[in-house]
Write a protein that binds this ligand. Sequence first.
Ligand code: NDP
Ligand code: 7N6
Length: 305
Amino acid sequence: MQIGVHDSIAFSFDPERIAGFLESHGHQCAVLEAGSSVEEYDCVVTFGHEDVLLDAPWVHCIRAGVDAFPFERYAETGTALTNSPGIHATTIGETVLGMLLSFARRLHRYRDRQHANSWEVEPYDATFTVQDETVCVVGLGTLGEGVALRADALGMTVRGVRREPKPVPGVDELFRPDELHDAVAGARFVVLCVPLTEDTEAMIDADVFAAMDDDAYLINVARGGVVAEDALLDALDGNEIAGAGLDAHAEEPLPADSPLWEYDDVIVTPHVGALSNTYHESVGKLVVANAERLENGESLSDRVV
Ligand code: NDP
Ligand code: 7N6
């Protein structure tokens, strides 16, 4: 197949990495600058959307979340849109557990002080172990299960929130979205793993922060829009919660003047929770498998539109 690799992928990694992987599987690839014509390609692999992509028969997004893509336009033009689900359990699971452990063991505070050659010790009762604490995971698909299994392995009690009352490995207690306040109350950590949809937009609002314990931490590895950012800032300023680990932000890059950079107990990461040195292979395998399906006259897997 002729596959174009859109250079928006450079937000995450060098587009040549995935082009090389696809070429090693028999495809012909070219890295395309934004605005380039895509008409000659059977597929374009991309991070983001631009309208010129609608001239291709098939667009593959290297992300699981495709909330920034205009689905109606794809439906109108007949361009197939596929996404990249099922590949983020380990990376996001480890990123989230890293944040939980950092907050519990205060590693973020010591790393900050290291820059000032400071030996200052955290207050004795600021330290805790994640073992025997409760985590509430909101959204229990690839990400949520990846978090739940790892939290369970560390001896945490795991609550989960999803619409379907289907059990999930590692989750001790399931809640429905309309029970969110009960689910977060008493949890030391609330971890967001839902897609951004009409239902989940700003679902973490002032009422949810009020329901959370004062010593609880919010972790967002989903999308910035799932959290009402003003309410988050109010909750941090009002000590309604203890802190936050934020990989996803309402505006990305997080603006240089955002107050979120300034809190000692906020960990900001630049939407990299899923990245690893093998991401190009994980996505490449999805594209190769789908190309093979098309070549065999089968329909595309993971088709969103
Ligand atoms: P999945 O589709 O595998 O899982 C989504 C889960 O959310 C399902 O368990 C679904 O269960 C649940 N859900 C959907 N709507 C609601 C709702 N209103 N209330 C509660 N639960 C709900 O997606 P992934 O786990 O792969 O990814 C989730 C999102 O995380 C992506 O859409 C993307 O935005 C983001 N993401 C971020 C990454 C990063 O780099 N930080 C990496 C990968 C993904 P049910 O249907 O039962 O409700
Ligand atoms: C890094 C992953 C997703 O939705 O937001 C993530 O999959 C991006 C490319």
